[in-house]
Design a protein around this ligand. Structure first.
Ligand code: BGP
Length: 475
């Protein structure tokens, strides 16, 4: 195995899932601050503002805000070359629509980036990771409103200018494609701040909101390159192959449709234009998305420099017996368990070869450098004194890195780096729980929000440390 000497071994987190300090330094309420913790199969609730007495796990999270120096020291000991996090938009613009930024919020990220750079760890930054000021939802209806393009690009410009000498790798929106595949209250809210009212067409609003985000993203790419031509500004998609359940061509047609539906954002962000099938779909559905000629020019001029993506699992689908001719109707997908794969405690299929499939798929289709910015195993960990023997996590990471190496060495994929998700235990985005752990560093806190917040190194910490030391050549 041979990774380039500049290969970016790292770890990934997102501001709202680990910072805490939800009101510190003048931070405004973000959409993550109005989501409760789920429990035992009960999904997270999106409340109307912050309601006293409810359990909001992101408010304290793991208190990185106050402990960042000690945590960065652990990342340095681990040997990270880069660290992927996001900027909490509501720290910089508490309401989202102010003219002037909040200096205390900007200063926090200055301190954090300086601390990382002190140990030669490159910050890799997402501008919006399931996060926006809640005020933009209440006052403007989230991304359904075109005005958000101005608010977002203003925010992007402010942080690009401020950190132009500290950050090279950026991403605009985290898993921007989640809203199409999810199409439920949670995915629409976290991706676009959409709250669908009775009688509204959720699909139409989702496409409109996505279009606004894509225009904002393309403008941000252009603004960023003007501020620092060396910036690498990427997209970020949630990915995973969709396999047909059988050799029946209908199942292949269904699988292909789902891949298209999941990856059209990549066509827009990487090629600068909407794919023909989707324009056709808008016309058939009579959806007025509001795509102007000026928007089309913006999309063309603001294509990304690399493709960042998350990879956790693959999927298997089957066409319905009465599958409609367009194979598109939302909510009609029949997901089938893959008999050849095992699953995580949360039922996510573990498919290392699927990562190689994904790397090849993106590489052939877009011919851009790739960056795996999330991958990992959410699992229950057990303490054994002060140790956590998480051999299952090591096994997961090892098998994925093996496939990654094959993609680089055998298939010629241009891969910039690898940042496993939740390098330190944090609040799960989907469940709001702490006990769905991804970290190589354990944090003493449970689902009920109790614990000392003490950090402990898991077995996987030492394993990854050794792997980085040998630049991936010693699994
Ligand atoms: C991705 C998100 C992350 C993260 C991860 C794991 O979709 O970008 O924010 O949370 O998934 O998901 P979960 O936390 O639900 O296990």
């Amino acid at each position: 195995m041979a990774f380039s000497k500049n290969f970016l071994w790292g770890g990934a987190v997102a501001a709202h899932q680990f910072e805490g300090g939800w009101q510190a330094g003048g931070k405004g309420v973000s959409i993550a601050d109005v989501m409760t913790a789920g429990a035992n199969g009960v999904p997270r609730e999106i409340t109307d503002g912050v309601i006293p007495g409810k359990n909001y796990p992101n408010h304290e999270a793991i208190d990185f805000y106050d402990r960042y120096k000690d945590d960065v020291k652990l990342f340095a000991e681990l040997g990270l070359k880069c660290f992927r996090t996001s900027i909490a938009w509501s720290r910089i613009f508490p309401q989202g629509d102010e003219a002037l930024p909040n200096e205390a919020g900007l200063a926090f990220y200055d301190k954090l980036f300086d601390e990382l750079l002190k140990y030669h760890i490159q910050p890799v930054i997402t501008l919006s990771h399931f996060e926006m000021p809640y005020h933009l939802v209440k006052a403007y209806g989230g991304w359904r409103n075109r005005k958000l393009i101005d608010f977002f690009t203003h925010y992007a410009e402010v942080v690009f200018k401020r950190y132009k000498d500290k950050v090279t790798y950026w991403m605009t929106f985290n898993e921007i494609n989640n809203q199409t595949s999810g199409m439920n209250d949670w995915s629409l809210f976290t991706n676009s701040g959409l709250q669908i009212q009775p009688g509204e067409n959720a699909e139409l609003l989702m496409y409109r909101a996505s279009h606004h985000e894509l225009v904002a993203s393309a403008l941000a790419v252009q603004i960023g390159h003007r501020i620092n031509p060396n910036f690498m500004i990427g997209s970020m998609f949630s990915t995973g192959p969709v396999y047909p359940a059988s050799p029946d061509p209908k199942d292949t047609m269904k699988a292909q449709r789902l891949m298209q539906a999941n990856c059209w954002y990549a066509d827009v962000q990487c090629k600068g234009k909407y794919p023909a099938w989707l324009k056709h779909y808008f016309a058939v559905k009579n959806y007025d998305i509001g795509i102007t000629l000026a928007d089309e020019d913006i999309l063309k001029a603001g294509t990304v420099d690399y493709i960042g993506f998350s990879y956790y699992a693959s999927h298997v689908v089957k066409a319905a017996a009465d599958e409609p001719a367009d194979y598109m109707t939302p909510g009609r997908d029949i997901e089938v368990k893959n008999p050849t794969l095992s699953r995580s405690d949360w039922g996510w299929e573990i498919d290392p070869i699927g990562l190689r499939v994904t790397l090849n798929w993106f590489s052939q289709r877009f011919d851009l450098p790739l960056f795996i910015v999330e991958n990992g195993l959410g699992a229950f960990d057990r303490l054994d004194g002060d140790r956590i023997h998480d051999g299952y996590r090591i096994d997961y990471l090892k098998k994925h890195i093996e496939q990654m190496a094959l993609a680089v060495n055998e298939d010629g994929v241009d891969l910039l780096g690898y940042t496993p998700w939740g390098i330190i235990d944090l609040v799960s985005a989907g469940t709001g729980q702490m006990d769905k752990r991804y970290g190589l560093i354990y944090v003493d806190k449970n689902d009920a929000g109790k614990g000392s917040l003490k950090r402990l190194k898991k077995d996987s910490f030492y394993w990854y440390q050794n792997l980085i030391r040998h630049n991936g050549n010693q699994l």
